[in-house]
Write a protein that binds this ligand. Structure first.
Ligand code: UDP
Ligand code: MG
Length: 334
């Protein structure tokens, strides 16, 4: 069976058309399939639209979060709810085109355990069209671990790879990174990324920034090393200045005062420069410490209010290792 996992946050303009398009494409594969929609605390009519679809079609499951937890937690919840042998992840705004799905399945049947849909172009408008490429450039430079650039969450995971991803316990999840980390035979499928069909992007720039930070800080130690590098540079600068000053004073070319000028601008600049570097480095430390704090608190990644799925489905779902929440809601299956 094939599963498709779709996170939904305020997508009322897209849901009906999206569901029709994806079902039609899945029908052409000749496989049995299910779609798992994760309603991430939508404030519009998304949930009731999804429940309508679910009531009419037993192949649809809806996971309802207790509030908005975000794109990555929603995908994780979908992964653990999905029961397919292959699980596809895609956004619900048509940016990941449904007609790519059969190609993902084909690559999986060809033996790949992970299929990554890599975009050859993107069609975002405005500031996003600059920010996304910038992020991927930085990520490519900085990551300690090779993560395919130009690929988001769109793709397919064999059940084995999905299990491996779910078993990773970290709370600050950058799924494209985790997907690269678990490895397994991987295939690539290329596609042109569309702009969203309707509505505004639901990930605010602030959320995207947090996502980018998660990506960088969970896959790179380089920012930590930046402190050492800057410290080393400043130290080297200080030493050479001291040598120049000491040397010229010693050999009476000039006095220490004239070597550095007697005004206080030099002192001021030095203090500001060092202060700036120290603050930046403390801030970087803070980013890591904040994430360590998140991880030790070990809060569940999300809370599920209800799972709506046809009673006939018996196979057990995968269980996210960090998830104490799901057990509590299993009785509430509707
Ligand atoms: N989404 C979500 N929770 C959020 C924000 C977005 O589940 O807090 C969903 C959204 O409905 C869409 C997908 O995640 O299906 C991608 O969101 P969006 O298109 O806003 O992100 P972008 O394309 O800008 O990365
Ligand atoms: Mg989008």
């Amino acid at each position: 069976m094939l599963s498709v996992v779709v996170p939904i946050y305020n997508e009322e303009e897209n849901i009906t058309a999206f569901h029709a398009a994806v079902s039609a494409v899945l029908d052409t594969t000749g496989e049995s399939w299910e779609i798992v929609y994760v309603n991430d605390g939508s404030r519009d009519s998304s949930l009731s639209l999804l429940l309508d679809i679910q009531r009419r079609d037993p192949r649809v499951a809806v996971v309802e979060f207790s509030r908005n937890f975000g794109h990555q937690p929603a995908l994780t919840a979908g992964l653990q709810t999905a029961r397919g042998d292959a699980i596809m992840l895609m956004d619900g705004d048509f940016q990941d085109p449904p007609d790519v799905l059969p190609r993902l399945v084909e690559a999986w049947k060809g033996g790949a355990k992970v299929v990554i849909a890599e975009r050859t172009s993107r069609a975002e408008k405005g500031i996003r069209s600059h920010l996304f490429p910038m992020f991927y450039k930085v990520m490519g430079l900085i990551s300690d671990f090779p993560i395919p650039l130009n690929a988001g969450i769109f793709g397919l995971l064999d059940r084995q790879a999905a299990k491996a991803m779910i078993s990773l316990q970290e709370g600050n999840r950058y799924l494209p990174g985790l997907r690269a980390w678990v490895g397994f035979p991987t295939a690539f499928v290329y596609y042109e990324r569309a702009d969203r069909a309707a509505g505004e992007p639901k990930q605010t720039l602030l959320k995207l920034f947090k996502y980018a930070m998660d990506a960088i800080f969970s896959f790179s130690y380089k920012p930590l090393r930046l402190g050492m590098v800057l410290g080393g540079l400043v130290l080297a600068l200080a030493l050479s200045l001291a040598l120049i000053a000491g040397g010229s004073a010693l050999f009476h070319f000039t006095t220490v005062e004239t070597a550095f000028g007697s005004n206080h601008i030099g002192t001021l600049l030095t203090v500001l420069f060092l202060g700036g570097i120290q603050l930046v480095c403390t801030g970087l430390l803070g980013e890591y410490i904040g994430r360590i704090y998140d991880e030790v608190r070990h809060r569940p990644l999300f809370l599920i209010h209800k799972v709506y799925r046809a009673k006939t489905v018996a196979e057990p779902a995968l269980r996210f290792a960090n998830d104490k929440a799901l057990a509590a809601v299993e009785d509430s299956v509707a």
